[in-house]
Design a protein around this ligand. Structure first.
Ligand code: PGA
Length: 234
């Protein structure tokens, strides 16, 4: 896992855009995308470029259960608002938060992922070490599945809702194995709130207690962060 540290947020996001452009120039056509506060400046920057994704396919990592695509806090809505309305892809896939049968929905989504293998995957990281909505303890062999969100994840995401009670309790997420199949992975860990988890990620062995440590076995992972190494620590 390579780590690049930036003292300027603008440089960090410019580097992330450049990494995506490079992947595209090298032939990447299937992109795994992420949501969350971390990705908003990235998508804003991408929208200001002339990058053309009209021949590419996107997959999102996850979606809340129970929210319609028109709900402002659904990830479908987030993606349209921050990226896809301005930068349309040939096709964009997300799990369907309103699917009637979770087993059918997760099999459908995993099937699509296997049909269009990911060239590139963008990741944020949760304060508990989750990637996608793969909470601590998730099997590293997991495929797309239904999850019950940890209370800490609901608390962290409550800032986007008017109250914690409105934060869904379940979500669909690509599994760890679905993520690990991507050829190239770019993880952004931005802001003080991510300091502890970044330290844990870099210091921990491969353990399902910290889902992001699965990435230590991936041959092509780049981590970008604005957090500077603390002396005698990292
Ligand atoms: P954030 O979420 O970008 O809003 O911090 C990241 C995550 O939970 O994966």
């Amino acid at each position: 896992m390579k780590v690049k540290r930036f003292s300027s947020m603008d440089d960090l996001y410019s580097h992330a855009v450049a990494t995506i452009v490079e992947a595209k120039n090298n032939g990447a056509t299937t992109f795994g995308l992420a949501t969350g506060g971390t990705m908003e400046p990235l998508y804003a920057k991408i929208c200001k470029t002339d990058i053309d994704f009209s021949h590419c396919i996107s997959f999102n990592l996850d979606e809340y259960v129970g929210l319609e695509a028109t709900h402002e806090q659904s990830y479908a809505y987030y993606m349209n608002k921050h990226l896809l309305n301005q930068k349309p892809f040939l096709a964009s896939y997300l799990p369907d938060g309103l699917a009637v049968d979770p087993l059918v929905e997760t099999a459908r989504y995993e099937g699509l992922l296997q049909q269009y293998p990911l060239d590139f995957q963008l990741l944020g990281i949760g304060q508990n070490g989750h990637i996608g909505f793969n909470e601590p303890g998730t099997s590293f062999a997991s495929l797309t599945h239904l999850v019950t969100l940890e209370e800490s994840t609901r608390q962290a995401n409550a800032r986007f809702f008017s109250s914690i009670d409105e934060v869904p309790r379940q979500a669909y997420t690509m599994g760890i194995q679905s993520i690990m199949r991507a050829k190239c992975i770019l993880l952004l860990a931005v802001g003080e709130a991510k300091r502890e988890v970044l330290e844990r990620l870099l210091a921990s062995d491969y353990t399902e207690d910290v889902p992001a440590t699965a990435l230590s076995k991936h041959p092509n992972v780049m981590v970008l962060t604005d957090l500077q190494e603390e002396e005698n620590k990292l």
